[in-house]
Design a protein around this ligand. Structure first.
Ligand code: HEC
Ligand code: HEC
Length: 296
C-alpha cells in the first residue's frame, strides 16, 4: 500500500473514533446527568413518546470502553494503514505457528506408523493407523474416487481388486507419489468409422457381451495388429502401461457399445494427480495402507 493510502486510512479510522467520542461527550447532558425528568423530546411515533433523559451511566461507560478497546487494538494489531501493530501479528505467522505446533504434536504419531510396512499396517493392532489413512483419504481422494473408493465414470474403483497399474503395496505408493497418466490413443483417423465399429464388436466379445459375430471377426485382425501392443493379444491388458483388462467386464469408461466405440474413436487420458508435493511420505504410507485394505 502506498504511503498516501496508508495515511488516508489512518486518518479516517482515527478521525471516526475521535468523532464518535466527541459526539458522545457533546450530547451528554452533564448538568442533569443524575436527574430524570418528565420532559419529552417533543415528537411522537404512533403514539409512542420519548423522554428527554440522559444516557444511563452504564451505557455511557460501555461506550467509553469500546473506544479504549478500539485504540488498544489498533496499537497492537495491524489496522492503521501500513502500521504492523506492536505485537507483529500476521495471519501468515499465526498459520505457520499452528502448522509447526501440529507438526510437533502429530510427528511422533506418524513416526510410529512410518516404521511399519503396508502389510503390517493391515495386521490387527494397527486399526488406528488405518483410521488415520481413512480420514486423509476422505479429505484428499474421495472427491475423485468416491466415498470409500468405489470410483465413478473415469475414476477407477479401488475396492474391486482389479487394477490398472497394480495393487501391490509398492505400486500403490508409486501411483500416489508420482501420479499416473492413462494414454489410450484416438483411432478415428487410422481405422475409419467402420474399423472402429468392427473392433468395438470384438472388444465386446472379449468380455462375453452381445456383439455382431461377423464384425467382431473383422475387428479381431485390427485388434491383434493395433491394440495388442498395449492390451496384449488376449485383451487382458498391461499394468506397466495402465492399459485396462478388456476381458473382465470391469470398465473405467463403461462397457456399452457406445462408450467402447467412443473410447476407441477419441482416445482417453485419465489423470491421477501426483501427491508428492501435497502429502508427506508418512501420510502417503497411511493412505496407501488404507487403499490396500479395500481389496484385502
Ligand atoms: C483429480 C482426481 C483424483 C484425485 C484427487 C485422486 N485420484 Fe487417484 N486416480 C484418478 C484417476 C483419473 C485415475 C486413473 C488414471 C488413469 O486413467 O490412468 C486414478 C488412479 C488411481 C489409482 C490406480 C488404480 C489402479 O487401478 O491401478 C490409485 C491407487 C489411486 N488413484 C489412488 C488415489 C488416492 C489414494 C488418492 C488420494 C491421495 C487419489 N487417488 C486422488 C483421479 C484422482
Ligand atoms: C498405447 C497403448 C494403447 C493402445 C495401442 C491401445 N490402447 Fe486402449 N487403452 C490404453 C490405456 C492406457 C487405456 C486407459 C486409459 C485411461 O486410463 O484413461 C486404454 C483404455 C481402453 C479402453 C477403455 C477400457 C475401460 O475400462 O473403460 C478400451 C475399450 C480400449 N482401450 C480399447 C482399445 C482398442 C480397441 C485398441 C486398438 C484399436 C486400443 N485400446 C489400443 C492403451 C492403449
Amino acid at each position: 500500500m502506498s504511503a498516501f493510502w496508508s495515511i488516508w486510512i489512518s486518518i479516517i479510522t482515527l478521525g471516526v473514533i475521535v468523532g464518535v467520542t466527541w459526539l458522545l461527550f457533546a450530547t451528554r447532558k452533564s448538568e442533569k446527568f443524575k436527574e430524570t425528568t418528565e420532559e419529552t423530546v417533543g415528537h411522537s411515533f404512533d403514539g409512542i413518546e420519548e423522554y428527554d433523559n440522559p444516557l444511563p451511566k452504564w451505557w455511557f461507560n460501555m461506550f467509553l470502553i469500546t473506544v479504549v478497546f478500539a485504540l488498544g487494538y489498533l496499537a497492537l494489531y495491524p489496522g492503521l494503514g501500513n502500521f504492523k501493530g506492536l505485537l507483529g501479528w500476521t495471519s501468515t505467522n499465526q498459520w505457520e505457528k499452528e502448522m509447526a505446533h501440529a507438526e510437533q504434536v502429530y510427528k511422533p504419531v506418524f513416526a510410529k506408523y512410518a516404521a511399519l510396512s503396508i502389510e503390517e499396517l493391515n495386521q490387527p493392532g494397527n486399526e488406528n493407523g488405518l483410521k488415520m489413512g481413512q480420514r486423509m483419504f476422505a479429505n484428499n481422494c474421495s472427491v475423485c474416487h468416491g466415498v470409500g473408493g468405489v470410483g465413478a465414470y473415469g475414476f477407477p474403483n479401488l475396492t474391486d481388486d482389479d487394477w490398472l497399474y497394480g495393487g501391490s503395496p509398492e505400486t500403490i505408493v508409486q501411483t500416489l507419489i508420482n501420479g499416473r497418466q492413462g494414454g489410450m490413443p484416438a483411432f478415428a483417423a487410422t481405422l475409419g468409422e467402420d474399423g472402429v465399429q468392427d473392433v468395438s464388436h470384438y472388444v465386446r466379445s472379449l468380455s462375453g457381451q452381445d456383439h455382431d459375430v461377423a464384425a467382431a471377426d473383422r475387428g479381431q485382425a485390427t485388434f491383434n495388429s493395433v491394440c495388442a501392443a498395449c492390451h496384449m493379444p488376449t485383451g487382458e491388458g498391461m499394468q506397466a502401461l495402465g492399459a485396462p483388462n478388456l476381458t473382465d467386464n470391469v470398465w473405467l469408461y463403461g462397457g456399452d457399445f457406445a462408450q467402447i466405440a467412443h473410447t476407441i474413436r477419441a482416445g482417453r487420458a485419465g489423470v491421477m494427480p501426483a501427491q508428492k508435493d501435497l502429502l508427506s511420505e508418512d501420510k502417503i504410507q497411511l493412505i496407501a495402507a488404507y487403499v490396500y485394505s479395500f481389496s484385502k
